[in-house]
Design a protein around this ligand. Sequence first.
Ligand SMILES: Cc1cc2nc3c(=O)[nH]c(=O)nc-3n(C[C@H](O)[C@H](O)[C@H](O)COP(=O)(O)OP(=O)(O)OC[C@H]3O[C@@H](n4cnc5c(N)ncnc54)[C@H](O)[C@@H]3O)c2cc1C
Length: 335
Amino acid sequence: MVEAHAKFGGIEMEARIYDVVVVGGGAAGLSAALVLGRARRRVAVVDAGEPRNAPAGHMQGFLSRDGMPPADLLAAARAEILVYGVEIINDRVVEITEGFTLSLAGGRAVTARRLLLATGAVDELPDIPGAHERWGQDFLHCPYCHGWEVRDEPIGVIGTGPGSIDHAHLLRQWSDDVVFFTHTYPVTATEREVLEARGIQVTDGQIAELSIVDDRLDAVQLADGASIPRAALFIRPALHARDDRLIKWLGFEVDESGFAKVDATGRTTVPGVWVAGNASNPRAQVITAAGEGSAAAIDINNDLVEEDVRDAHQSVSAARRPAAPSTSRLERRSQ
Ligand SMILES: Cc1cc2nc3c(=O)[nH]c(=O)nc-3n(C[C@H](O)[C@H](O)[C@H](O)COP(=O)(O)OP(=O)(O)OC[C@H]3O[C@@H](n4cnc5c(N)ncnc54)[C@H](O)[C@@H]3O)c2cc1C
């Protein structure tokens, strides 16, 4: 392993040089690490261990792994990448400096020729008592992840913006009993009419809390005292990149929502830096995130091969170049 020295806050530290450091060990990061490890690259995955779907008991919609607990998928993926010599570092990246040198919360530093950020995203939950406790259980966001499990049940949708109307229409696909809680979104007369035309009941007023009985959502309590029995409640939460400090340090372009602007392979606007999964694509499901990680890994390896070819050619050309004539010979010629 190549070693280098880097300075953090005046402290000289030993930094290991990898071909690629992957920041984030969710589906995107581990999938990339698998491809890069198999391409015989020196790879480290630094993971802080907070995948977005951790609160959910099951992961749905991943072909061949439907219903698997999220932690089991990651444990299997970690075991697979270790076979190819990938190093897994359970730590958090706390700073990145040019080049790229990453300092970790545990005090260690690693250096990489290329960087893949697969740091995921965070859902902003509303400040409603019970919301955090039930998140991923029966307080949900994604019909494709949980819709089948609550099919034909009485479900609710929280109004937080115009997107909530689309969300309610989508969820109507899974149940005939859908209530739209206006909460903080004042529905227009037309929106109300269209919701009701599809059999979605519109309930006005702010939600005060989620009523939980026997460790399950039992009802939605409104501020006016009304209690509406529901088995599941959906929201379309605001989502933001999990670690936007990394973006600031690296300085690549982001879209209006703060997600990295990338091409089809995850390449950012900063040379040597790729982003995959929810960190650049808020719509990515687990299988999509894994696919994006794989695509980024292939592009990163190609980029490294190009550099290796360039370096090899330059050093051979330099070795073949004739030595510059000595001054004495020049002097002799001019005489
Ligand atoms: C409640 C819930 C349930 C869901 N259910 C499903 C489902 O059933 N099916 C489905 O397909 N999708 C589901 N999803 C979506 C799923 O969570 C995402 O598609 C998936 O997690 C994206 O993977 P990722 O690798 O991009 O990010 P993540 O899985 O979030 O992984 C990112 C990793 O990066 C690490 N990290 C972040 N910053 C740093 C740092 N500075 N240093 C080191 N490590 C860092 C984090 O700790 C984390 O381990 C669900 C989401 C939620 C919220």
